[in-house]
Design a protein around this ligand. Structure first.
Ligand SMILES: Nc1ncnc2c1ncn2[C@@H]1O[C@H](COP(=O)(O)OP(=O)(O)OP(=O)(O)O)[C@@H](O)[C@H]1O
Length: 300
């Protein structure tokens, strides 16, 4: 008698494109992000070649790898900055492959680049107001403001500041809810005592946290964070690890990092990329004792 094959429980055994409708619940339950057979090829050079990679809900995943391993390219593909040459990217139960960066951001992918994206001449509070996602909550998002006046996208910080002040008077103030949320976030990242400090007077670590805070305002489901500990003091590094671990309660986080001491503090699952491929996955101790990983790092 023929026995029915038991259903596979590992979503990686399915071709999502075919099985998606049937398995979508399973996938969506397991992973908020899934990359399947994703490549990114530049002028014949394969910078990324990921067979499969799944990131669970509310997971903090650290991605390490030697220079040129494909870490940034992977984040570019997830956030829509680079279109994958082949393969599929699934986010929050749907396919986002090749979608525009803005559309992907709207679906809940936030990204903090290595150099924090903050407006130097504006205070912490003003930077947060500018980052409000919904114009109804305040004076509007950066994109909204850029549409209103092209000066804001120019390099002139002063012109932007004048425009910002103008908007504040004609566009109304943030709603009480938005103000409360800004206060909550800034308290969490220890910037509440610097509300009126211009961003240019903050320490490097504080600027990193202001950039992350303005991203969090939009409540992204997935945060891509590029080298948050680069250039930080030991105390700032420890605080950054603590804060990222706190954020995990509300967001899934992918953190690219080189600083192994910081990675140890994050105490999270590590993916090692090398030559565009996933070379190893596991705890930091597991990947650090992996022969292939040692070879990849020493071989450079
Ligand atoms: N737009 C592009 N055109 C051509 N080659 C590219 C492009 N983007 C990335 N590459 C190449 O792809 C490879 C992977 O680069 P990527 O920046 O993703 O590595 P990385 O792991 O982030 O490195 P690092 O740790 O040095 O930042 C590198 O060899 C890089 O030169």
């Amino acid at each position: 008698m023929q026995t029915a094959t038991p259903p596979a429980t590992d979503p990686r055994q399915y071709d999502y494109a075919v099985e998606g409708p049937r398995q979508s619940q399973l996938w969506a339950q397991r992973y908020i992000l899934f990359l399947q057979d994703v490549t990114a090829v530049f002028d014949g050079f394969k910078a990324l070649d990921i067979a499969d990679l799944g990131i669970g809900h509310n997971e903090l995943r650290v991605v390490v790898g030697p220079n040129g391993a494909g870490k940034t390219t992977m984040c570019d593909v997830i956030s829509g900055l680079t279109k994958p040459t082949t393969g599929k990217v699934y986010f929050n139960g749907g396919e986002i492959t090749g979608q525009d960066e803005t559309l992907i951001a709207q679906q809940g992918v936030g990204r903090k680049f290595q150099i924090p994206n903050v407006f130097d001449s504006l205070s912490v509070w003003e930077n947060m107001l500018l980052a409000l996602p919904n114009p109804a909550q305040g004076i509007g998002s950066k994109d909204h403001l850029r549409k209103l006046d092209p000066r804001i996208s120019g390099p002139g910080g002063l012109a932007m500041l004048r425009f910002f002040k103008h908007c504040q008077t004609v566009g109304g103030k943030a709603t009480p809810e938005a103000r409360d949320r800004i206060h909550d976030i800034l308290t969490r990242v220890r910037l509440i005592d610097d509300l009126h400090t211009p961003a240019k007077s903050l320490s490097h670590g504080q600027r990193q946290w202001l950039a992350i805070s303005s991203l969090i305002l939009a409540s992204p489901k997935l945060l891509l964070v590029d080298e948050p500990a680069a250039g930080l003091t030991d105390a700032e590094t420890a605080l950054t690890a603590e804060l990222l671990l706190e954020l995990k309660d509300e967001h899934t986080i992918i953190c690219i990092e080189h600083d192994m001491e910081f990675v140890r503090q994050l105490d999270s699952r590590v993916t090692v990329l090398n030559e565009g491929q996933v070379l190893a996955e596991g705890t930091l101790d597991q990947v650090q004792s992996d022969e292939a990983v040692i070879e990849a790092y020493l071989g450079r």
